[in-house]
Design a protein around this ligand. Structure first.
Ligand SMILES: Cc1cc2nc3c(=O)[nH]c(=O)nc-3n(C[C@H](O)[C@H](O)[C@H](O)COP(=O)(O)OP(=O)(O)OC[C@H]3O[C@@H](n4cnc5c(N)ncnc54)[C@H](O)[C@@H]3O)c2cc1C
Length: 446
């Protein structure tokens, strides 16, 4: 830690998750490149420590499978950041495969076109080609009702601890001052903008504040006097009055031992796999009991926390509503651990789609897992000024993968022109009737 908290800083970043750290690093580089200053002008505050929020407990999947087309350019930019130093950040570019049913073909075609239009190479397979592709990768794949597949070659996954360490080291290399254990308690708002940030260790005067507080953003939003509900106009002409500004969702994830090893037919580390089949039920193979009337599951090779080789994955998140107990966060919170039935569900899905995983339920690692996130009114990030000198990155829980947001934000804040890729994520989209709608999915990650 760099000594006592300074009395003033040009840039104060609140939150040391992926967005706070990436913004700090890129801002420092941009300041140097433009001859406008250096990392020493940036103070990053975290009430616990960098990585204490969702960034430290994420599954780590890096994918670009979104109905919201403007996100494709954001993930494209993010992969460049991951590849800046994949070893430092623990990035494994193994690819990502998403599987759907016939009713999703049109969405898949649209996503595939949009991804490729921004240089995010992906391949689309439909019908028997999709099923042949899957058995080509995993010979024991059981395709059930899969009709469509996207293979994103540029995607993959990263280890969260390594990512946090890597981002910290980039911040330190550029002289950013990172303070752990400094909690922002309030903002001194004068004349419509923030003059100072009040913390448990005193006040810091700030020229520009970056709000990167993850699941805690709703509390900061309220401290800054912003409305907790708003009218939302969607691009299809529909309108919802007085919608909650923030909705918490609970993510269920877990790990399964597998000494296998879990490789592809050609002995490679397999792509991240994601399956959503909206009309295919999941049955417990032992009892025959229907666990759910549809499939939503993802998994990847390798887990950070296990002492043996294994698989890490998750299922459909659960909506909590506008209130949630954010403290204590993550694995420390008794209320929001993955439910016992999650273990049955994910292992049933694994056995349902790959023969090698049949009967794998006893290998589920029983321990604390999962966490919560704060979602925006249309479940899509808001990346914008919320006051003339407060810039908010609220990623709607999309974003361990989105390391490129900080890079684009640094460019936007220091440049004279708005950055095109960020414009669709403006706050005024709700008032302007440009909120995003959902596609054919049950998931909030649209
Ligand atoms: C279980 C789980 C699995 C996930 N899996 C994936 C995945 O596979 N792929 C993916 O792309 N995304 C995933 N996500 C989403 C992703 O982790 C988040 O979207 C992303 O990490 C959010 O980053 P952030 O920087 O906005 O916030 P965070 O990482 O939450 O960081 C916010 C920081 O702000 C600090 N803070 C809060 N309040 C204050 C205050 N008052 N003063 C000072 N500091 C404060 C906190 O201590 C924290 O460190 C997952 C999320 C969860 C919960």
């Amino acid at each position: 830690m760099p000594g006592d908290l300074p009395e003033a800083a040009t840039y104060v970043i609140v939150g040391g998750g992926v967005h706070g750290l990436s913004t700090a690093w890129h801002l420092a580089m941009e300041l140097e490149d433009r001859g406008l200053g250096s990392g020493a002008d940036i103070v990053l505050l975290d009430k616990s420590h960098p990585g204490a929020g969702a960034t430290g407990i994420a599954c780590g999947c890096v994918r670009n499978f979104y109905m919201t087309e403007p996100l494709h350019a954001i993930v494209r930019e993010s992969v460049d950041v991951w590849n800046y130093d994949p070893v430092l950040f623990g990035f494994q570019q193994v690819g990502y495969i998403s599987c759907g049913e016939e009713n999703q073909i049109a969405d898949y075609e649209r996503i595939h076109r949009s991804q490729n239009s921004v240089g995010y190479t992906s391949d689309l397979y439909v019908g028997q080609d999709a099923r042949d592709f899957l058995t080509g990768v995993w010979p024991d794949f059981k395709h059930h009702t899969i009709d469509v597949v996207i293979h994103e070659r540029m995607s993959g996954y990263a280890g969260t601890a390594q990512t946090v360490d890597g981002l910290i080291s980039m911040c330190e290399r550029y002289g950013v001052q990172i303070y752990s254990g400094v909690e922002v308690k309030g903002y001194d708002v004068r004349g419509g903008q923030v003059a100072g940030v009040e913390t448990n260790q005193g006040r810091i005067n700030a020229d520009v504040v970056f709000l990167c507080a993850g699941a805690w953003i709703p509390a900061h939003w309220e401290m800054l006097g912003q409305p907790m509900a708003l009218d939302v106009g969607y691009s299809d002409g529909t309108f919802v009055e007085n919608k909650d500004m923030w909705t918490y969702w609970r993510l269920e994830e877990g790990e399964v031992y597998y000494d296998g090893p879990y490789y592809t037919a050609d002995n490679r580390n397999p792509p991240v796999l994601h399956i959503e089949l909206m009309s295919t039920p999941v049955h417990d193979a032992q009892t025959g009991v229907e666990l759910d009337d549809n499939v939503y599951v993802y998994w990847k090779n390798g887990t950070e926390r296990m002492e043996r080789p294994g698989i890490q994955g998750g299922a459909m998140p659960i909506e909590l509503g506008p209130e949630a107990n954010v403290e204590p966060y993550g694995h420390a919170n008794d209320e929001y651990q993955a439910r016992p039935e999650f273990a049955d569900y994910i292992t049933a899905c694994m056995g349902m789609f790959m023969k090698r995983f049949e009967g794998i339920r006893p290998n589920f690692k029983e321990r604390r897992n999962g966490g919560i996130g704060a979602f925006t009114p249309d479940n899509v990030p808001i990346i914008d000024w919320i006051l003339p000198n407060v810039f908010m990155i609220a990623d709607s829980n999309h974003g361990f993968k989105m390391t490129g947001i900080g890079k684009l934000v640094a460019r936007q804040v220091l440049g004279s022109q708005p950055v095109t890729q960020l414009q669709p994520f403006s706050l005024d989209r709700y008032a302007k009737g440009e909120a995003f709608g959902s596609g054919t999915t049950h998931s909030p990650w649209v």
